[in-house]
Design a protein around this ligand. Structure first.
Ligand code: GUN
Length: 283
């Protein structure tokens, strides 16, 4: 039997609707900083601005040139940190090659209260310790898909393939926070297929088109595909969707799975940031 398709667009739309009242009441403002012309980034930013419009959130798009100096980018971050009208902001990654080595310093410079990407050490620390005040948006989106679809996490064996700082590592921690038994696999994992086949919940976040094949998946597993690979065939995930959907019990498509959830989770974080800045702890 074919798997249930987990409709990220529908779940994201519900999440956005649930945020509208708070957005109206609290009037937060989200700012997106883009450096250069990376086409994937341009497309993600368009989706983020569209989601802001959908919930009525004030937003601003700051677009800096590809050859922007690190001092200019740092000046922009400092100004956003200091501007009381700005609730939260992100610097869309990746940065142009000459700025790549500067990313850790840049993330470190963002005021943790405005770090709605949840990438900085303070927010990663909160996530690690279980309070998940401003969790990274993609892992938060994955968790929301699982929880809103009634998929049990507690006690289950979750295997995360990928160990990036923005997806794999924090997602593993967030699954652990919900009492899953978690394995993290990566490029140097031996017998990868044997590990993935143990998963009740299998998450692919590697950036390699169709690398999770049907023989790597246990019958009845829930499969979440975080991959967004732009290929000649179009946008495809890390999972061989057509074959794996015949084995899994539930699966996210690409596009229309995790992508829209990342966007909705970012908007949610901006609302949460506004509440935290007002001293509220009930977020
Ligand atoms: N590039 C890919 N995903 C993300 C994200 O969630 N936030 C930022 N800032 N850049 C990204």
């Amino acid at each position: 039997m074919s798997a249930v398709i987990l409709d990220g667009r529908a779940i994201a739309s519900e999440l956005l609707s649930s945020l509208k009242a708070d957005v109206q009441k609290l009037n937060p403002k989200l700012v997106i900083v883009q450096v250069g012309e990376d086409p994937a980034s341009a497309s993600y930013i368009k989706q983020k601005i569209k989601a802001c419009a959908e919930v009525g959130m004030r937003n601003e798009h700051i677009h800096l040139p590809t050859k922007c100096a690190r001092e200019d980018l740092m000046r922009t971050v400092t100004a956003l940190n200091q501007n009381p009208d700005v609730t939260g902001f992100i610097v869309q990654l990746p940065l142009p090659p000459h700025l790549t080595a500067f990313v850790p310093e840049l993330i470190d410079a963002i005021d943790p209260k405005k770090d709605i990407d949840g990438f900085g050490a303070i927010n990663i620390g909160h996530t690690f310790l279980g309070s998940e005040q401003l969790p990274p948006a993609t892992p938060a989106g994955v968790i929301h898909i699982l929880e809103s679809s009634g998929i049990a996490i507690e006690g289950k064996r979750a295997v995360v393939v990928g160990r990036s700082n923005i997806v794999g590592k924090p997602l593993a921690i967030m699954l652990l926070n919900r009492h899953a038994t978690v394995t993290i696999c990566h490029t140097r994992t031996e017998e990868l297929g044997r590990r993935t086949k143990e998963a009740d919940i299998l998450i692919a976040a590697v950036g390699k088109p169709k690398m999770i094949t049907a023989d790597m998946v246990k019958k009845g597993a829930v499969v979440i595909d975080v991959g967004m690979n732009r290929t000649e065939e179009g946008l495809i995930g890390d999972v061989d969707f057509k074959a794996v959907k015949e084995i899994a019990s539930a699966i996210t498509p690409v596009p229309g799975g995790v992508g829209p959830m990342t966007v909705a989770s970012l908007i949610k974080n901006c609302v949460t940031a506004k509440k935290l800045q007002a001293g509220r702890s009930d977020v």
